[in-house]
Design a protein around this ligand. Structure first.
Ligand code: MG
Length: 373
């Protein structure tokens, strides 16, 4: 190797060393400003592969329905109808439901029997429900196989025989009624069983009872995505837009009697977490107005120490003397709880059905009050 070639070779080697050293060190410096793995982006409080991260609970998944046989709910679901009876359902006013249960384990809307609702309240949820329009085709448009799944008794996902049956788009099966048509028509022929799998997030109202976030819904009909996390504009209605108005965070699910003998089976709900419940999900019921009115009145704890129980359009409200009023929620026919203060109230009813008083439990301590008005 002559000197000229050697110099050229040396220059090349030095250039490679220079680029590698300073190039890489610049890259390393850039990385040290944003070390991979340490930037959480505010996404999670957990470290990667964190051994303390809670394990998801084991749930036995649902068993799929076939055309002739209802499926089985997942193990952590609230089963609302399993083919036996209407124990979990009532008429809208709290009286016994007038729908029928047939010998093949199906419940059916008897025309004229009225809407039915669950006794239990639900807010955020995963709902599974199966329905079938009458096999014998009668009527057309909105008059054929019409019913409806009313989330929180307020927001209707339309049930309709939309198989080769023309109607307005926002009123066909799976529509958020009067607002949002489904992305596709995934209907099966009349008489065949169809499934709705619905993921619903309730609307959020602030302390002033003003809307903060609308309800959102995802609907899968017969395994086909028809709504992808769409915002519901307000209560659904025929020929009108209705703005949101305040309601409680959980309300009954209701099913529509629209004059057609639509059938239902295999109905279950998995309740989804709600910040208002702070991780403690308590079974919550909607009792009939007649029963709630019985509890409304004045209760005396001591001389002139009167606590009022008032019934408004959403349920019972407690007005303690000189303190902020708060809603109470039924967990049985006589036991109520607050989500605002650590209070439970047990109304005391005598053998004649009269309300004589209450036991007011604050943070674990009982106080007794007598009904005075
Ligand atoms: Mg309907």
């Amino acid at each position: 190797m002559n000197r000229k070639v050697f110099n050229l070779f040396l220059t090349l080697i030095l250039t490679i060393v220079f680029i590698n050293y300073f190039g890489l060190s610049a890259t390393a410096k850039a990385q040290s400003n944003h070390p991979a793995g340490q930037c959480t982006g505010g996404q999670t409080q957990w470290k990667i592969h964190d051994a303390n991260r809670p394990k998801p609970p084991v749930v036995v998944p649902a068993v799929e329905s076939t055309s002739t046989q209802a499926g089985k709910a997942p193990s952590d679901a609230v089963v609302l109808f399993d083919g036996k009876d209407l124990t979990n359902w009532c008429s809208m006013n709290g009286d016994a439901a007038k729908w029928i249960v047939t010998s093949d384990g199906v419940m059916e809307a008897t025309p004229g029997s009225g809407y039915i609702r669950t006794k239990q309240n639900f807010g955020n949820m995963q709902l599974h429900i199966e329905w079938a329009a009458p096999k014998k085709v009668e009527g057309s448009g909105q008059g054929r196989g019409n019913s409806g799944v009313f989330l929180m008794g307020t927001y209707e996902i339309q049930v309709l025989d939309s198989y080769q049956n023309e109607t307005y788009s926002d009123g066909q099966a799976s529509a958020v009624y009067g607002q949002i048509p489904p992305m596709v028509n995934a209907c099966r022929p009349p008489g065949e069983w169809q499934t709705y799998d619905i993921i619903f997030h309730r609307p959020i109202f602030n302390c002033e009872k003003k809307l903060v976030a609308p309800a959102r819904v995802t609907v899968i009909q017969n395994g086909v995505l028809v709504h992808d996390n769409v915002a519901i504009k307000g209560p659904t209605n025929w020929q009108q837009n209705q703005p949101y108005s305040y309601h409680r965070s959980k309300l009954p699910l209701s099913l529509q009697d629209h004059g057609n003998p639509v059938r239902y089976r295999n109905i279950w709900i998995r309740e989804l977490p709600d910040p208002e419940e702070r991780g403690i999900v308590r079974k919550e019921l909607t009792l009939g107005d007649k029963l709630l009115e019985k509890y409304a009145g004045d209760y005396e704890f001591g001389r002139n120490n009167i606590l009022k129980v008032v019934k408004d359009e959403n349920g019972l409200v407690v007005v303690p003397p000189g303190r902020q009023s708060f809603d109470i929620f039924a967990s049985s026919e006589t036991l109520f709880f607050s989500k605002f203060v650590d209070v439970t109230i047990t109304f005391q009813v005598n053998a004649a059905g009269e309300v004589e008083g209450m036991v007011y439990n604050l943070s674990g301590s009982d106080m007794k009050a007598t009904r005075v008005k």
